[in-house]
Design a protein around this ligand. Structure first.
Ligand code: SF4
Ligand code: SF4
Length: 73
């Protein structure tokens, strides 16, 4: 069971937090909850902050998805 869970985690992709900027309010809850600091808030050309995932660091725990208020309305 433990190994099965590890394999499922390894095989899944890093999360996509949003496809469109309108689906992110820039609250940074995802960046705050990330246990390995794989998420950082990056300012766009209009001065709004959006999260960016470093896929090299991400451990695919999906805590960022669970905490996002726009994904859990
Ligand atoms: S899946 Fe986990 S490790 Fe990856 S960015 Fe989200 S919170 Fe961080
Ligand atoms: S938690 Fe959701 S709404 Fe907040 S910054 Fe992250 S992706 Fe955007």
């Amino acid at each position: 069971m433990f190994l099965q869970n590890i394999n499922e985690t390894i095989n899944r992709a890093c999360p996509i937090l949003f496809e469109d900027k309108k689906d992110c309010c820039g609250c940074s809850a995802c960046a705050a909850v990330c246990p390995v600091k794989a998420l950082r808030m990056v300012v766009d050309e209009e001065g709004f902050y959006y999260p960016e995932i470093c896929t090299d660091i991400c451990v695919k725990c999906y805590q960022c998805v669970k905490v996002c208020p726009l994904k859990n309305e």
